[in-house]
Design a binder for this molecule. Structure first.
Ligand code: T3D
Length: 263
């Protein structure tokens, strides 16, 4: 499939998916959603790919939903904005959240509205110094979607999340970092290189352990301590019997760099 709204490039075990409608600040359309589904299918199916980076072309990560795209109308003739969430955003967010490989949202610039919350579904969010995030929904009379009302309170706490959603303020990268929404801020000039280096680390790392770490972290959202301890024991049993764990320990003993196979 030839993409028109995104680009997908694979190199050294990393697929970089770039939202590529720079003249619209990479606003999401139904075509972009369809292309993302195809690109993520390919990443998931390719055993050689161990990390996926989601970023944007030009000066924005994405300005959220394309506000000029036609809306589904309900039976009463009024816009049914829930329809697009159910068909496009909700499946995308759930898929990224549970994706079996490491996902990095690389905020090269503004991450606004639904796009900000798609980014927050990724495992690691990094930002260029000039990037900002904006829960812009209330500015246009809407409620945050794409998982924002779920993820934000969990990441920054209830009060701060509410303030971000009610004010719809643009929050600069340094503040995002201080709040824990962003893992690292890189200078604009070196952003691409820093993101590539981070992604390469995951491409060379123990993919099975990464997948199970993600599983444990996600499960902890709903588990009590007893259930989480039992899960850890099960996951460690799987990991401990893996070729990667044997290699990791052997490399440590032999004082060399481990060569992980992802099994
Ligand atoms: O319809 C539904 O289904 C509702 C769904 C809601 C989910 C959401 O994502 S709600 C949030 C939607 N997004 C926004 O409200 C953001 C709208 N954009 C802006 O407020 C500003 O563009 C920014 C603050 C992001 C950036 O401002 P600035 O001054 O740096 O850039 P700009 O000049 O406003 O934008 C550049 C161009 O991109 C411009 O087009 P032009 O004038 O050069 O022809 C602008 O219209 C276009 N653009 C920006 N955002 C969107 C967009 N076009 C379509 N949809 C957008 N979201």
């Amino acid at each position: 499939m030839a993409f028109t709204a995104i680009r997908s490039e694979t190199r050294e075990g990393v697929t970089t998916i770039t939202l590529a409608r720079p003249d619209r600040l990479n606003a999401f359309t139904s075509v972009m959603h369809a292309e993302l589904r195809v690109a993520l299918d390919a990443v998931e199916a390719d055993e050689a790919v161990r990390c996926v980076v989601l970023t944007g072309e030009g000066r924005a990560f994405s300005a959220g939903q394309d506000l000029t795209e036609g809306r589904v109308l309900g039976a009463d003739g009024k816009p049914d904005l829930g329809a697009r969430l159910e068909s496009d955003y909700n499946p995308l967010v759930e898929r990224i959240y549970a994706f079996p490989k490491v996902t990095i949202a690389a905020l090269n610039g503004a991450a606004v509205g639904a796009a900000a919350n798609v980014a927050l579904a990724c495992d690691i969010v990094v930002a260029a110094r000039s990037a900002y995030l904006q829960q812009a929904f209330a500015r246009i009379g809407l409620v945050p979607d794409a998982g924002g009302t779920w993820s934000l309170p969990r990441i920054v706490g209830a009060k701060r999340a509410l303030a971000l959603m009610l004010t719809a303020d643009q929050v600069p990268a340094a503040e995002l970092h201080a709040m824990g929404l962003v893992y690292k801020v890189f200078e604009d000039a070196t952003f691409g290189d820093e993101v590539a280096a981070l992604a390469r680390r995951f491409a060379a790392g123990p993919a099975l352990a990464y997948r199970l770490i993600k599983e444990a972290a996600r499960a902890s959202e709903g588990n009590d301590l007893k259930a989480q301890l039992a899960l850890e024991a099960n996951l460690q049993r799987q990991c401990g019997a893996s070729a990667d764990a044997a290699e990791g320990v052997a490399a440590f003993r032999e004082k060399r760099v481990a060569r992980y196979q992802g099994r």
